[in-house]
Design a protein around this ligand. Structure first.
Ligand SMILES: *Cc1c(COP(=O)(O)O)cnc(C)c1O
Length: 415
């Protein structure tokens, strides 16, 4: 194979043509979600003065109130906590777990192991002080069926008198397995509520927002959380996280976020307010660009002979595209190629390294305007079998196409 690989350009043209029907379906969802967001803005009468920020305690910040009203509406929830002071998805998830769970309560995962960064929080990995386990919260998990589906009978058996919360993860995370659609979320919630109605069902919504026509609270979840440098920030939000759900549980998360008794009443929006509004407004469109990019990457790498998950024509419930590269060298090559095609930090060479919160070394490519913003376009993966990279995001489908081509050029040197 030559270094320039003219065959890849040709393949890229063919694939772009092949995936058009999948693009049309994505556009239909985007239209529906854009309408949902726009209506929520109008209902909350978002005004020019809402876009200015507050300082200090942030008491009576009307823009913050309007933003939370819009989020609650979009996610069909009773209440929302949307703050730039929530630093990541992991932080938003922590607010929900620490906010609701008490000593003696059991947390149940029904999809096997949780997202890598949650291991230390729960206390099943590492020895970070202050884990849920240290506070007396119990944890149990039900392994998925061999094909990756939820073991419904196993879940029914695992629910017991101590089960306070069941946690679901919409995205595939770093698992070579299926993501969880809102249809299945509804099914599993029905089963849980039938067996134990007072169970709080919490959904880690990271990477899932605006992918489907429906969000977890609509499917019956009590609480959901995510990151603003992922889908709902639209590539514009500079930082932040959100929690949505039933009033009572959102307040519990808010008490954990600030302090009991202060809850959501404080929180200066500083310079972030307009960006959080604008990002949410753009989110359905940017998510659709990212999805088109994922579809393109899926078919492109499939045609190159790699196993991909999901396939380009499959229904998606998150923006993540997994590509099984089969060796650490190809993982690094992929990330190098992708990084080299980034608008920012294109000259940086990604190498696998230990990351806080992750058990295995991680190799990642992210040449983003906002640090770590994985809706912009990033690829990463723990360096462990099956040596898969997880590609997500893309501010424009054209950018993803160029970057995927660059990644393929590097990978094919090791094929
Ligand atoms: C991104 C992500 C998180 C949180 O990660 P942060 O980097 O802390 O934002 C949690 N769960 C899933 C499935 C994710 O994709």
């Amino acid at each position: 194979m030559t270094c320039c690989n003219p065959g890849l350009e040709q393949l890229s043209e063919e694939v772009e043509h092949e995936v058009q029907p999948a693009y049309r379906l994505i556009e239909e969802k985007a239209l529906k979600n854009h309408a949902k967001v726009l209506e929520a803005f109008r209902r909350a009468r978002v005004s020019d003065f809402h876009l200015k920020g507050s300082t200090g305690y942030g008491y009576g910040d009307q823009g913050r109130g309007a933003l939370e009203e819009v989020y609650a509406d979009v996610f069909r929830a009773e209440a929302a906590l949307v703050r730039s002071q929530i630093v990541s998805g992991t932080h938003a998830i922590a607010l929900c777990l620490y906010g609701v769970l008490r000593a003696g309560d059991e947390l149940l995962s029904v999809q096997g192991g949780l997202y890598d960064t949650l291991g230390e929080m729960i206390g099943i990995r590492g020895e970070a002080g202050g884990s849920l386990r240290e506070l007396g919260v119990l944890y149990n998990q039900v392994e998925p069926l061999p094909g990756g589906g939820i073991n419904f009978a196993g879940v029914e058996k695992a629910l017991n008198g101590r089960t306070k919360m069941v946690m679901l993860q919409r995205s595939r995370g770093y698992n070579w397995g299926p993501s969880l659609g809102t249809g299945e979320i509804r099914e599993i919630i029905n089963l849980i509520k039938k067996k134990k109605p007072d169970t709080v069902v919490f959904v880690d919504n990271c990477y899932g927002e605006f992918v489907e026509g429906e969000e977890p609270v609509e499917a019956g979840a009590d609480l959901a959380a995510g990151s603003l440098i992922k889908n709902p920030g639209g590539g514009i939000a500079p930082t932040g996280g959100y929690v949505v759900g039933r009033q009572k549980f959102v307040e519990m998360a808010a008490n954990r976020w600030s302090a009991p008794g202060i809850g959501s009443e404080v929180g200066p929006s500083a310079e972030c307010q307009r960006l959080l509004f604008q990002g949410l407004f753009l989110a359905p469109h940017i998510v659709s660009e990212a999805l088109k990019g994922a579809v393109f990457a899926s078919r492109f790498f499939e045609r190159l002979g790699f196993e991909v998950l999901p396939a380009y024509h499959e229904v998606r419930s998150d923006i993540v595209q997994a590509i099984r590269l089969g060796s650490p060298e190809r993982m690094s090559a992929f990330c190098r190629g992708l990084q080299g095609a980034s608008p920012v930090d294109s000259h940086i060479r990604p190498e696998p390294a230990a990351m806080p919160g992750y058990g295995d070394p991680v190799v990642m490519a992210a040449g983003t305007f906002i640090q770590g913003a994985s809706l912009e376009l990033s690829a990463d993966g723990p360096v462990r079998p099956p040596y898969a990279v997880y590609l997500q995001g893309g501010l424009s489908k054209e950018y993803v196409r160029l970057a995927v081509l660059s990644a393929a050029r590097e990978v094919m040197k090791y094929k």
